[in-house]
Design a protein around this ligand. Structure first.
Ligand SMILES: Nc1ncnc2c1ncn2[C@@H]1O[C@H](COP(=O)(O)OP(=O)(O)O)[C@@H](O)[C@H]1O
Ligand SMILES: [Mg+2]
Length: 359
């Protein structure tokens, strides 16, 4: 193993809150972080040692940025594949690699890859044009969800479809972009597994989180989730299979649907630290952010053991204005991301509370 020594520079592609929290976790380990971000004054830039503000398509700027770093990672899964290749061209390691990005950026490739890795998903079919409607309807059934293959997040780029007759209007509402039709899963709950893989191939999962969404946006995560040991084991098996198939280095977030019979279906995975792992900052021996920094720097992975039962609530839109009340609440760990404009549906921050584990 070649571990980067303290004093090394870690580059992050993307300037959102995940980059901000990664930069804050890198500091105690003695690393400097530089951010590559298309917009000025980003949340991550303001907690980092430096930033390059340039478009992801400015490949000369990407190469120059990479040459100023000892390793490069990303906090945003829609970094274009060409940008990732420019880092590799500069001779600087990109961790996780470009393949994880390419797969996670396309819901069709992602679900196909997950199935090939030995994990189940809902039934799905590609919908590129109206010619595909009849075949997709037959193989997937209804109710279903039509999703754009690329670029969706926080429930955006999705339309519910109750019957074959609604496919045309759903496809229209998504701008007739390449889509995937997915069977609607009648899950009993949503859970996620955050897990890390080191440069040496060590696998370290966090305890499962239970996730509640509002309007397609993650609202609350609770960890450890109250799950049967068999469900925990299966979630870890799935995460490990995906990490190994990608020869992955870093932290991944795998979103799962838990079915009535305890079976787990993979919804999607994020090749980065994940919102449902934010509880680990105060709720675990090692936060997911430190864990990711350790992994990409070639360090041994930290202990993911929980310090209690943690509950993380996102501050979405105007929720961020409750900070004066939170500031008076003992044990409320406040995280505000430094975003200037409050917009409905925008993740502005989160708050975590940790209570003792039941014995
Ligand atoms: N096939 C499905 N069946 C049931 N619920 C779904 C399905 N796909 C998505 N959802 C719901 O919508 C949420 C957001 O969808 P997801 O595919 O995770 O997209 P995003 O990239 O926006 O997070 C999920 O967490 C889940 O609550
Ligand atoms: Mg999701």
């Amino acid at each position: 193993m070649t571990a980067l020594p303290p004093g090394s520079t870690i580059g992050i592609l993307g300037g959102g809150q995940l980059g901000r929290m990664l930069a804050m976790a890198a500091a105690p380990l003695g690393f400097d972080v530089k951010i590559f971000v298309p917009q000025d004054n980003s949340p991550a830039e303001r907690t980092a040692a430096g930033a390059t503000v340039a478009g992801y398509d400015d490949l000369d700027a990407v190469e120059a940025f990479a040459r100023g770093c000892d390793v490069v990672t990303y906090e945003f899964e829609n970094v274009p594949a060409d940008t990732a290749r420019a880092v590799e061209r500069a001779g600087v390691p990109l961790r996780p690699g470009a393949q994880a990005l390419e797969v996670a950026q396309d819901r069709l490739k992602e679900k196909t890859f997950v199935n090939e890795s030995g994990a189940a998903t809902v039934a799905f079919a590609a919908v590129s044009s109206p010619d595909d409607f009849a075949g997709a309807a037959d193989s997937v059934g209804f109710p279903a969800i039509l999703k754009t293959r690329h670029g969706g997040y926080d429930g955006k780029g999705q339309a519910k479809v109750g019957s074959a007759a609604e496919l045309e209007s759903a496809f229209d509402s998504l701008g007739r972009r390449p889509c995937i039709l997915e069977a609607m899963c009648g899950f009993v709950r949503e859970v996620s597994v955050i897990a890390a893989r080191s440069l040496d191939g060590d696998f370290v999962p966090y305890p499962l989180a239970e996730n509640e969404h509002r309007d397609g946006i993650l609202w609350r995560s609770t960890s450890p989730a109250e799950a049967k040991p068999a469900v925990n084991d299966e979630a870890n098996r799935i995460a490990r299979a995906i990490l190994e198939a990608l020869d992955y280095v870093g932290v991944i977030g795998v979103e799962l649907f838990e079915c009535e019979d305890g079976a787990l279906l993979v919804n999607e995975f994020a090749p980065r630290v994940h919102n449902s792992g934010h509880w680990s900052i105060e709720g675990s021996q090692t936060s997911q952010f430190e864990q990711h920094i350790r992994a990409v720097a070639g360090w041994p992975l930290g202990d993911p053991a929980p310090l209690g039962r943690a509950q993380m609530v996102n501050l979405i839109g105007e929720d961020a204005e409750t900070w004066p009340d939170l500031a008076r609440e003992s044990g409320a760990h406040i995280h505000l991301y430094g975003k200037n404009d409050i917009r409905p549906g925008r993740k502005m921050g989160h708050v975590t509370r940790v209570s003792p584990l039941k014995s």
